[in-house]
Design a binder for this molecule. Sequence first.
Ligand code: NA7
Length: 570
Amino acid sequence: MGSIGNSQQPEHDVLVIGAGLSGCYSLYRMRELGLKSKCIEAGTAVGGTWYWNRYPGARFDSESYSYGFSWSPEVLAEWNWTEHFAPQYETEKYLNFICDKFNLREDIQFNTRIQSAKFLDDERRMWEVTDTSGNVYTSRFLITAMGVLSNPTLPNVPGVSHYKGEAFHTARWPKDHVSFEGKRVGIIGTGATAIQAIPEIAKNVGHLTVFQRTPNWAIPLHNAKISPEEMADIRAGYPEMFEKLQKTRMCFIHDSNPDSIWEASPEQREELWEHLYAQPGFGMWLSNYKEILVDHKANDLVSEFVAKKIRQRVKDPETAELLIPKNHGFGTRRVPMETSYYEAYNRPNVRLVDLHSTPIERITEKGLRTKSVKEGVEGEEYDFDMLIYATGFDAVTGAFDAIDFIGTDGKKLKEKWEEGPKTYLGMTLKAMPNMFMVSHLPSTTADNSLGLTANIWLYQIMGPHQAYGNIPRSIEFAVDWVSNCIEHLHKNGLTRIEAREEGVKQWTEHVHQISEGFLSNEIDSWMTGVNKNVAGRQKRIVARYNGSAVEFRQRCRDVAARGYDSFDLA
Ligand code: NA7
């Protein structure tokens, strides 16, 4: 397929922002179509999350083989996973292996951060993209290979810049070895990241203090090595496994459970929960009774089971109680998967501080100071050699806010999404012709705004209003759909595609409607777009497609089958 164009030739047919999983696969597909493509990446290498997010303990919590790409038979034949839940360095190696194999790096421009993207007038029908150094790139189509978990955020407490010791955000962990040996370390946050990091840090640290605002319901990962024989069996089972993943609601390997909790006896419930708790991976979340994520009473029962497990595993009853969530039920936030997380609190060198009774007053030069909510009780002063911020992200729309996307109406996307994202199929937008949002493991963006010790990077995963769950499955679908769409445009001599107002309205309503009834909607978390550290992120929004991935794909395929007639094409 030759270059797309009319009299006003852009420099590129396709420009991809971000060289994570989705960016690299987009580039691969565009090349297959014979299009002149370029991928722009702020980091110095490919891989995004799995390059930059290298805090101790970082690893998949979905089965490695189910999280790899399925589109290349050669990669499936040649790549061996060595652990059921691959550590960060293995996944980073995997992405580099793919880039080497398909020579993707030659079309990736590293160390370049995009600042703005503007759709030029209808005559020229192209995007003008500008990087932070002022370089300008033009392209017929723009693929944003970014997503919703981006912009690591620091706590909104005074004094963050005053701290003089080593300080790291977990999403911007340095490449060089970080030693905890003999050090007094403080970590703020107890989300999925901290829950992976804490047991690893605890092994080597002088003393670790964990500052917890909201505990989460974590369950055991049960990771294990994969022997060569096992890998051979996994490989032989790939076709069947990928077919199965396409049939499940969230494309995970775990079967859903059609059974009703109300038809099970207490003994049967206990038996199922013991079985799921002992299983590797997300089974406890995904293969549980069908009511647990929608019915408060059912949710209370399973929460009580997990609370019992925490009480059994944590020796100090007071600490155990603090680690049991009281403001949300099991599975209503992202369930962190852990390896000896609760046992870390049985070590004499680990202390848990409850920020509800003693919130952080300020970060100081030497550490931090808490205050007590009880009158007459003093706060405490903590001195550290190292402070770790495991404080999460400005999620969901943050990735898109970081770039000034300006469409045909002259408005910034950021302003248009103040009340939450509005999309058509989660991939296209009104007034942003020729722009596609693919779903979205990691793209990295250099940013020094946090002013911490390490090189710091942003990473972004998943896009708004698209099926979530097993992210690489969503990426493959979105990239294939976009590639087919661009191919269709080219074959038909079309140079402009734009979502219609009506389509955006209907899709956004559909996304909201299928989200109804989930207990998770009632809970503040990054999944509902809430970040207490960021102005304007206090209100819950519907950002994810909560329906089945099977249905999502069917709806998108129907649009393609009708020749994209729900778009304005020109
Ligand atoms: P999360 O899940 O957003 O967790 C962030 C943690 O940091 C969470 O415990 C927060 O408490 C805590 N936090 C944030 N700000 C503060 C302040 N100001 N004071 C005290 N504690 C604070 O991010 P993660 O990186 O752990 O995980 C993100 C996702 O990445 C994860 O779900 C995986 O899908 C991959 P809060 O809960 O807000 O009270």
